[in-house]
Design a protein around this ligand. Structure first.
Ligand SMILES: *Cc1c(COP(=O)(O)O)cnc(C)c1O
Length: 351
């Protein structure tokens, strides 16, 4: 297949782009103590998209649809405290489209500061994320597009994420055995699966990879349903994790999670839940390889190491969904005070 993946996307008479997609692939051969990943593991650095997460693929398409004269949309609303808010705000700014972001009241995150740089209107809602999502659905109509990154609000997201599959086949020249994906509601996993299925149905490839879904142990409704072989229901227990991007309780849209589970099953894939400490330790391991990933993204690599179904000789791609700079460390950086002593610096480097 040739390199023009945009041909596979819905096309509008406006194309808003900030250079998203065509992200780098880098080989990984990392491990720690008893856990190593095989030598056939590749990371796809979605962290190097314009706003530093894969969400830019969906935002480019959604904002192009709004800008287009073929739709009646004029503005965009999004419920998000994280990467979707930033991404939609950036693309809306580029297209000069009014953008409203709905967040729960409470301490604002570093991610929201990144979104604010693009000057959207940010509303705090008295309630939880579910209340923000519910409000976004009620605000949306034929003039206002809801760009919240769940299938039930916004079909553009999963459609845009298909290009990850096209790029992988184009660059690798084959279908990998596994693709590991950090999952909240899962339009990334679902979209990537759809892209691979289209390539297979068109006879371009012979198979579809097995999809590996990873969620935070502290809230893993999709993993739970895969393990229990039951339809996905929303998470009604307390949420015990700080890795929010992969801990969506799916309140009000459990069917989104079920859509994701169906993609996992259809691919003969599987799902794992990992605790925060394990995920954070793999974030450090990745950093030791020169890759700075946000914690949710490091979970894709951790899952490959911790999933017994992935054999040493299987080829696997880990989607590094967002950049480490998204989560500024609150810890003091350890430094060594030495005035201007040449020997101390040389000893640290060379001995
Ligand atoms: C949104 C997000 C996810 C989860 O992806 P979904 O397909 O929306 O479930 C994972 N990692 C990062 C960094 C994200 O921003």
């Amino acid at each position: 297949m040739d390199g023009d993946f945009r041909a596979a996307l819905p096309s509008f008479d406006a194309e808003i782009t900030a250079g998203e997609g065509e992200t780098p692939l880098v080989d990984l051969a990392v491990g720690q103590d008893d856990r190593r990943i095989g030598s056939n593991v590749t990371a796809k650095l979605e962290s190097l998209n314009p706003t530093c997460s894969f969400k830019d693929r969906g935002s480019a398409l959604a904002v192009s649809a709004i800008r287009s004269s073929e739709t009646s949309f004029e503005a965009v609303v999004v419920a998000s405290t994280g990467n979707t808010a930033t991404s939609v705000a950036a693309y809306a700014a580029r297209a000069d489209i009014p953008c409203a972001i709905l967040v729960p009241a409470g301490p604002s995150s570093a991610k929201l500061a990144q979104a604010a740089a693009h000057d959207p209107t940010i509303f705090t809602v008295d309630g939880t994320f579910s209340d923000c999502f519910d409000l976004s659905q009620r605000v949306a109509d034929e003039r206002v597009l809801n760009a919240t990154a769940v299938y039930s609000a916004n079909a553009f997201v999963a459609s845009a994420n298909r290009t990850v599959a096209f790029e992988l086949v184009h660059r690798l020249g084959k279908t990998p055995d596994w693709v590991s994906v950090p999952v909240g509601a899962g339009p990334l996993l679902g979209g990537v699966y759809l892209g691979f299925r289209e390539l297979r149905d068109a006879g371009i490839t012979g198979s579809v990879p097995r999809m590996l879904c990873v969620q935070a142990m502290g809230c893993h409704p999709i993993v739970r349903a895969v393990e229990d072989e039951t339809p996905v229901t929303s998470w009604d227990r307390p949420i015990r994790t700080n890795i929010g991007a992969i801990a969506d309780p799916l309140r009000g849209y459990a069917e989104d999670g079920e859509h994701t589970r169906q993609a996992i099953l259809a691919s003969s894939g599987t799902a794992v839940a990992l605790d925060d400490a394990t995920i954070k330790s793999w974030q450090k391991t990745l950093a030791s390889e020169g890759i700075y990933a946000e914690s949710a993204s490091a979970a894709s690599v951790a899952a490959i190491a911790h999933c017994d179904a992935v054999a040493e000789d299987h080829s696997a791609v880990a989607l590094v969904t967002g950049h480490g700079l998204k989560e500024p460390s609150s810890n003091e950086v350890p430094t060594k005070d030495i005035d201007t002593d040449i020997d101390t610096v040389r000893d640290a480097l060379l001995n």
